[in-house]
Write a protein that binds this ligand. Structure first.
Ligand code: UDP
Ligand code: MG
Length: 316
């Protein structure tokens, strides 16, 4: 039977939370009038997440699993899941740790039926540490102010998207993926849905600081021209300042006959502009690096194993 909704869930070392997740989803599917399939993606877990989801998808046809060849990170695991959900009319994206309640599926589907292509969840409240909350809050506001697309505030990947949006996402070849930005960029009719984000059901966050930083960089560099413009503006400002400085020195020399004093100013400007130049090089380097990775044209991820309809299929 063709499913109406696919639920795509990327998983990395989630064996602790998996039984609870499957339990909640089973309850949801069993009580729902909709036909629902679940696409579980194992992102190179080191615990036995992969074994658990394989076992499940071999006995229950409503679950299909995609096992990736290594840990590619959440955005790519999600991309692999979206590519596997080919049949349904709408796809719901959730995290595996039950921070996003799967039960919202019906409300999302209702909004989808009303003609919305993207229903993105907006976090009203987060049950997380103060520092993390502050960092997220600030980051989203900075990104919004510098981005050339209008990325909604406090919304993550938790969403439901229509078939045509999934198809566009699947065709987008970009290597560094900031899925929530790509989703906004696509357009069509998008609507927010406010909810309270729960705490993680079990285990610890699988987003290391390094992964979070990478995500933030992808948001900024892929959806904003601000970094390049910053270099130009710094250039303009430093040229203006140096002209003003030159004029002051000349006035001092010819009008007041003062010898220009300058050791501190010299040292200061050397240090300042070395910093400015390194920063500029770094920013340009960031773009070069992105071009470098993109032109290689490597596949975004490699699938090691796939189980659909209780049977192992060709992973490619
Ligand atoms: N995840 C993944 N690959 C990774 C890191 C995380 O697939 O390299 C998954 C993880 O299993 C979870 C989701 O991405 O289902 C969100 O991760 P997490 O809940 O740890 O992030 P947080 O909520 O702490 O930001
Ligand atoms: Mg989480």
């Amino acid at each position: 039977m063709v499913p109406q909704v696919s639920i795509v869930i990327p998983l990395y070392n989630e064996s602790e939370v998996l039984p609870q997740l499957v339990d909640r989803i089973n309850k949801l599917i069993n009580s729902s009038p909709l036909t629902i399939e679940v696409v579980l993606v194992d992102d190179g877990s080191r615990d036995n997440t992969a074994e658990q989801i394989q076992r499940l998808s071999l006995i229950d046809a409503r679950y299909q699993c995609v096992i990736l060849a290594r840990n590619y990170g959440h955005p790519l695991a999600l991309t692999a899941g979206l590519a596997a959900a080919t049949a349904s009319e709408a796809v719901m994206i959730i995290d595996g740790d039950l921070q996003d309640p799967p039960e919202l599926l019906h409300d999302f589907y209702e909004l989808y039926k009303q003609g919305n292509d993207v229903i993105y969840a907006v976090r009203k409240k987060r049950k997380e540490g103060a520092l993390k909350k502050f960092a997220y809050h600030t980051f989203y506001r900075i990104l919004k102010s510098i981005s050339y697309i209008d990325i909604p505030l406090d919304s993550g990947d938790f969403s439901m998207v229509s078939r045509r949006v999934v198809d566009v996402l699947n065709k987008m070849p970009e290597e560094s993926r900031y899925v929530r930005g790509m989703r906004t960029w696509i357009g069509f009719k998008q609507v927010g849905y406010e909810y309270e984000r729960d705490a993680r059901a079990a285990g610890d966050s699988k987003y290391s600081f390094k992964k979070l930083l990478k995500l933030a960089y992808n948001g900024i560099f892929n959806f904003s021209e601000f970094p390049v413009k910053l270099i130009t503006n710094m250039g303009i400002i430093s040229i203006s300042v140096s002209i003003i400085y030159l004029v002051t020195v000349l006035v001092k020399k010819y009008v007041y006959h003062n010898v220009p004093e300058g050791f501190t100013a010299l040292l200061f400007s050397i240090i300042l502009f070395s910093g400015v130049q390194l920063l500029s090089l770094g920013i340009i380097g960031e773009y070069v690096l992105r071009i470098f990775f993109q032109v290689k044209g490597r596949p975004l991820y490699i699938v090691k194993k796939r189980i659909v309809n209780k049977e192992e299929v060709d992973p490619s």
